[in-house]
Design a protein. Sequence first.
Length: 256
Amino acid sequence: MRRSHRTVLSAVVVAVVIAAIVVAVRVVDRPPAPSETAAPSSDSSLLVVTWGPSLCKIEPSNPGCRSGHVADLGSTLILHGLWPQPSTQRFCGVPKTGGGSGTRPPALGLPQDVQADLRSMMSDVAIMAPHEWSAHGTCSGLAPADYFGIAATLTKQLVNILDPVFQKAEGGRVSLSAVRARFETELGGRAGERVGMQCRQVDGTGVLAYEVRLSLPPVAELQAASKPVSLGDVVDKGPAISAGCGGGLVPRAARA
């Protein structure tokens, strides 16, 4: 073979090898397509609400506490989230972001009425809603508007049932038995078995009643329920859950 032919052939081989390496690197670096992610598979859900004044005692740096929004909401339970279960059902098809300043929140496109509801029951909608969607809503099988609409509707009903129990206990202590008894009085049956409470220790203050968790059927089943979805119709379809803590102190709302 002539030297010129060998030179040309070598150049072709080198070009092919380089092209193959470039393609391989691009394939490895490419983020997985949504179709490559396992589909959500939930067997139940938790509606989680937080006693607002407890949140600001436990996490004073929380944006909603720093801005005064939680204090403006007053003595009430506020929406933390609606979480598909089991707890492994998180960040379905989206990356687990650290929430840093360089992270762009997802555009949720929520209707005005849903946004207004969330502002009236969340510590900081601009931060909480995108986080709750990425971490939990993506595993619900619903669009953001439906997911948050259901969460807001159920939270209103839950707050109407439990706010009087917590407000009566302000400055004192609330027990899980009182919370469960209230549920059974309002919703009947063994609704109390679907309710658990979480408490947190605060140095110099004691153990605070922090969150109430209500066990419900999967979010997709809540979407298929009567419109608007009613706690009375769905609460007995969720599994019984652990009690959590037996009770805790109920701090008063900060006064302006």
